[in-house]
Design a protein around this ligand. Structure first.
Ligand code: ATP
Length: 225
């Protein structure tokens, strides 16, 4: 295939997934629909650099992601971060995916608005734009802080400067392998893994916040007690 041909973009969805919940699944499903993705690769982090080491071992978090996506065509799981003892830097993972998939494949890193707002603290963050597009999903309680007319702090940030030059539309994603920032709206679900862990620890009913298969796994393995 010629490298000049356009290809359907591939979604890349990293997270701690401690545990995976339906907010994650809706983000991936609606990203697929709204951004015209050919598939979404879920990549559970092993050792996420910007937060405390998750109390749930990576093998369990990986197993739960596998259960959650098993029935969805186009959703796959990449175990490489979860199976590595190294820090899970997204820039390293994207470099590996570029080597694997070649220079022409459009890659779209999927982030919630809260994760995007912290992008400047990520390892080699500006290099992310050379490796992938970034699509930013709305998340209840987390405004997309880089648009025109936003707060002075956000408006002056280096991330805002990148946003101003790179923001684009879903239709741009297939036309280049990397480099755009595309906000997109999803169904607002005020669900977080933190709140779900607290609910499980309190022995409260968590049904319909995560897939039944994930909740069954949590109970079988006595997680989040
Ligand atoms: P925690 O509460 O432990 O910080 P989390 O629920 O934010 O976890 P992560 O695994 O840290 O889950 O998130 C992975 C990605 O999914 C991030 O980009 C995050 O912004 C996004 N995300 C998680 N939950 C939602 C949600 N309810 N709506 C939109 N995006 C979400």
């Amino acid at each position: 295939m010629s490298s000049s041909m356009t290809k359907s973009p591939l979604g890349i969805f990293g997270g701690t997934f401690d545990p995976l919940h339906i907010g994650h699944l809706r983000l991936a499903i609606e990203a697929g629909e709204n951004l015209g993705l050919t598939a979404v690769r879920f990549i559970p982090a092993g050792q996420p650099p910007l937060r405390d080491t998750p109390r749930t071992p990576a093998a369990h978090r990986l197993a739960m992601v596998r259960l959650a996506v098993a029935d969805t065509p186009g959703f796959t799981v990449d175990a490489s971060e979860a199976e590595s003892p190294a820090m899970s830097y997204t820039v390293d993972t994207l470099e590996r995916l570029r080597r694997e998939l070649g220079p022409a494949q459009p890659l779209v890193l999927l982030l919630g608005a809260d994760a995007f707002a912290r992008l400047e603290s990520w390892q080699r963050w500006r290099e992310l734009f050379e490796l992938a597009h970034i699509a930013v999903a709305t998340r209840p309680g987390h405004a997309l802080k880089v648009g025109a007319g936003d707060t002075a702090t956000a408006a002056n940030s280096a991330l805002n400067a990148e946003f101003q030059t790179r923001h684009g539309l879903a239709s741009d994603l297939a036309t280049a392998p990397a480099g755009r920032i595309v906000p997109f709206a999803i169904t607002g679900l005020e669900i977080s893994a933190t709140a779900l862990r607290q609910r499980l620890a309190a022995g409260l009913d968590a049904r319909h916040l995560a897939p039944a298969a994930v909740l069954d796994y949590i109970h079988q393995h006595h997680l989040y007690r």
